[in-house]
Design a protein around this ligand. Structure first.
Ligand code: FES
Length: 134
């Protein structure tokens, strides 16, 4: 009955508006498939994520937010404009330093251009006080 739990961790980066930007972080990229069964590694503790704010996990390429107490969301940390990694979560938005795009911490929607579309959601699971990549 194994719930074939791998919700394809493929972050299908559907945006290639700009073919020249091949910003893959070459070497370090990560094999997070640890056949550990049952979910991914613990990414954070719920207490690490500020209510009404969030935290960026650069190594995992994910931003975890807590729009309201007890509600956790996660998004790609790659700006949908040109793919810069976002660098701050402030004032209710996830902010890209490159050209000033801002994304809502609740649903990733664009609050400020030039980003053309929302930050894609990333799957997480919350178990007790542990937040895991799903
Ligand atoms: S890459 Fe984020 S605003 Fe341009």
């Amino acid at each position: 009955m194994g719930a074939a739990g791998l919700a394809a961790a493929l972050v299908a980066c559907g945006s290639d508006d700009d073919k020249s930007s091949s910003e893959e972080p070459a070497g370090e990229a990560s094999e997070k498939e640890e056949g550990g069964g049952g979910g991914g590694a613990v990414l954070a503790r719920t207490a690490d994520i500020p209510v009404g704010g969030g935290k960026i996990f650069k190594d995992e390429n994910v931003v975890v937010t807590q729009p309201t107490k007890g509600e956790f969301k996660a998004f790609s940390n790659r700006c949908t404009h040109k793919g810069c990694p976002v660098t701050s979560v402030e004032g209710g938005t996830i902010n890209c330093p490159c050209h000033g795009s801002k994304f809502d911490i609740t649903d990733g929607s664009v609050k400020q251009n030039p980003a053309p579309k929302p930050l894609p959601a990333t799957k997480i699971t919350v178990e007790g006080d542990s937040i895991k990549l799903a």
